[in-house]
Design a protein around this ligand. Structure first.
Ligand SMILES: Nc1ncnc2c1ncn2[C@@H]1O[C@H](COP(=O)(O)OP(=O)(O)OP(=O)(O)O)[C@@H](O)[C@H]1O
Length: 630
């Protein structure tokens, strides 16, 4: 620490003293590309499909657009697919081959269903000519390979068939049959939703590659290479889709985090030695604690995001007891660990982290999600010391699957919760904290709180507790509380017990207090006060730019922030270095062992699987395109 009791960074192995003034924010104009929504490739596609752009503007559209309530109904979902012939141009002018078996073949054929298109159940290559059903208008003589639209009978001619479907009477059947029926229809809906999404993404990749190939500056050998690489990647992805992952494919290096419903381990893939962070969540705990909506929201946002500010999710899978999320490992640890170690940061260092957190929250909001649980424990540092957000267990994209009502209905056939998705009942968040008598005790218990089955309410905005509805700006309140903690040494509303914390937060006007013995710059204090305030006047309400424009950030080049050297760069000795995680404070017995041991003691089987148990987790599995190509 320097004489002013400010932070010098000598974290872990890093003995270099980094005074705040050592780091200058760049003043030259940035050349870092600005995010474009939608990106050029999508603008190109959108131009080709005007109907589609009204409902869905591509993978970058806000989730609230993407997750239309009728997402499982065929016309709304499928209408966005480009008829194959409009996307796939003849290949004669591109290097490579016309053979769809390169892996770049369209995975689906699109048949004209009165404006809708539908997935090809035969997969990428399509059926053999002998298998392929003859449809009206198709000669059946030319190989289709799943590319070409084959006309179907006019919709009017088929309508009586659909209308005469017998009425369903689920009450005639038992609970098991009904659950099995729900499971089947969920599986089918999910299969088609995934297939359509993958087809869209594939179209986008194809379109992007075709744009690259059209670049006249590319040599023909370079074009050949682009084409071949694209084909290989697609083929590998198709193979990856056919594999089933399981925890036995990984060896555990260390348990690096414990949370409310599971744990996070540093693991290494046996097949190739790649290192990942694997979060596992206990299914029965999710059931008992009403967390089904939360786990789904977390999976959805991580699957949808491709932002440098959000931890990257490669794949999710499950077995009878656990849900698994395989993520990139961020070796720099979390901001909570840094704050426990250093207590306070200088204004310069605070400016860096707060500016990066602004960008991270902005990225989450652009995806259509509210995080709702921004706190130092969920702010991780990557290999370069830059920020990434994790733990989206309380986030919401306002989709029905992110609403606990949905699971109540799914499992019991009735809703027991209020319908208002914009408010959250306190019991859903389910927060408590350990007792604390003084700040020091509070600091000591900080990590225990993080491991407790509930979490800390210190950073949560008052409107979330009061249930009168909240919006994106609740995340900006949390930002204000983190900034306060960075500069003052504790969060503004910490108290001896959780109820006092709630009370202080709700009565923030009386309880927000800046200690006399800590001198803050006027701009820093003004920014904190502009964030920790009533939602009507909170900075950021009209977008992150408002916050970026604040005088506290004068001189910060937001566009290039992620490219400058961070004030603290982790010094790592290997890919599995866990120096920045408090592994000796974490019980290294994993939950799988705990469950096995409990089964031995109770004599009950360790595996719990029933249609009812598996129902809410259908659709949880996810496979990112670039998972295994690193
Ligand atoms: N991708 C990652 N790389 C490195 N460390 C991670 C990663 N994800 C999580 N961690 C570590 O594990 C801790 C717990 O992770 P996380 O908050 O996601 O778990 P959780 O079970 O949802 O916890 P909570 O009870 O806070 O909801 C984090 O604070 C961090 O230290």
């Amino acid at each position: 620490m320097d004489p002013n009791n400010r932070l010098y960074l000598n974290f872990g192995n890093n003995n270099e003293r980094l005074a705040p003034s050592d780091r200058q924010y760049p003043t030259t104009p940035s050349t870092f590309p600005q995010p474009v929504f939608p990106p050029p490739a999508q603008q190109h596609l959108a131009a080709q499909q005007p109907q589609a752009s009204q409902q869905y503007s591509g993978a970058y559209a806000p989730a609230s657009n993407y997750f239309l309530p009728n997402q499982y109904q065929a016309p709304a979902d499928y209408v966005n697919l480009q008829p194959a012939s409009a996307v796939y141009q003849p290949r004669s002018n591109t290097p490579g081959t016309n053979d769809p078996n390169t892996g770049l073949a369209h995975q689906f054929s699109h048949q004209n269903l009165g404006g809708a298109t539908r997935a090809n159940p035969y997969g990428a290559r399509g059926p053999s000519p002998a298998q392929r059903p003859r449809t009206a208008g198709s000669s059946g003589q030319q190989p289709n390979y799943g590319y070409h639209a084959a006309p179907m009978p006019a919709p009017a001619a088929r309508q009586p068939e659909f209308q005469s479907a017998p009425e369903r009477s689920p009450e005639k059947y038992g609970l098991n049959s009904n659950n099995n029926q729900k499971k089947c229809s969920q599986l089918a809906a999910d299969f088609f939703k995934d297939s359509v999404k993958r087809a869209r993404e594939r179209n986008l990749r194809q379109s992007e590659m075709e744009q690259k190939l059209q670049d006249p500056n590319q040599s023909s050998s370079r074009r050949e290479q682009i084409w071949q690489n694209g084909g290989k990647k697609e083929a590998r992805y198709l193979r990856f889709l056919r594999t089933k992952d399981k925890p036995e494919n990984y060896t555990t290096v260390k348990i690096i985090g414990k949370g409310a419903f599971g744990e996070v381990k540093l693991v290494q893939k046996k097949a190739d030695g790649q290192v990942y962070a694997m979060k596992s969540l206990i299914k029965t705990e999710m059931f008992k604690k009403d967390q089904l909506a939360h786990v789904r929201a977390e999976r959805d946002i991580l699957a949808e995001s491709d932002s440098p500010w959000v931890v990257k999710l490669f794949t999710t899978f499950q077995d009878a007891n656990f849900l698994y999320m395989l993520m990139e490992f961020l070796p720099g640890g979390d901001l909570m660990t840094m704050l426990i170690k250093y207590e306070i940061f200088s204004e310069d260092i605070t400016r860096f982290y707060i500016a990066e957190i602004v960008l991270a929250i902005e990225a989450v909001h652009k995806l259509g999600f509210i995080h709702r649980d921004i706190k130092p424990d969920n702010i991780l540092l990557d290999r370069g010391g830059h920020v990434k957000l994790t733990d989206f267990g309380l986030s919401t994209g306002f989709h029905k699957l992110h609403d606990n009502n949905y699971y109540q209905q799914l499992l019991q056939g009735k809703s027991t919760r209020p319908k208002d998705r914009n408010s959250v009942a306190l019991d859903q968040i389910n927060l408590t904290v350990s007792n604390r008598s003084q700040i020091n005790d509070w600091r000591k218990s900080r990590r225990l709180m993080a491991y407790s089955t509930v979490g800390t309410p210190d950073y949560i905005a008052p409107e979330i507790f009061t249930g009168h509805g909240y919006t994106f700006d609740c995340d900006w309140w949390s930002l204000g509380t983190i900034m306060f903690e960075c500069l003052v040494g504790w969060p503004p509303f910490c108290a001896e017990d959780s109820h006092d914390t709630y009370r202080k937060i709700v009565n923030w006007r009386q309880s927000l207090y800046f200690p006399d013995d800590i001198t803050l710059g006027a701009e820093a204090e003004h920014l904190i006060r502009s964030l920790i305030c009533n939602t009507e006047v909170r900075l950021g309400r009209s977008g992150a730019q408002e916050i970026k424009n604040h005088a506290f950030f004068r001189g910060v080049e937001f566009d290039s922030l992620r490219r400058i050297r961070a004030p603290f760069e982790p010094r790592l000795t290997s890919a599995i270095d866990t120096t920045y995680f408090p592994t000796d404070e974490i019980d290294q017995t994993d939950n799988a062992t705990v469950i096995r041991n409990q089964a031995i003691v109770t004599g009950k089987p360790a595996v719990e699987e029933s249609p009812e148990m598996s129902l809410p987790f259908i659709g949880y599995t996810f496979k990112r395109f670039d998972n295994n190509f690193r």
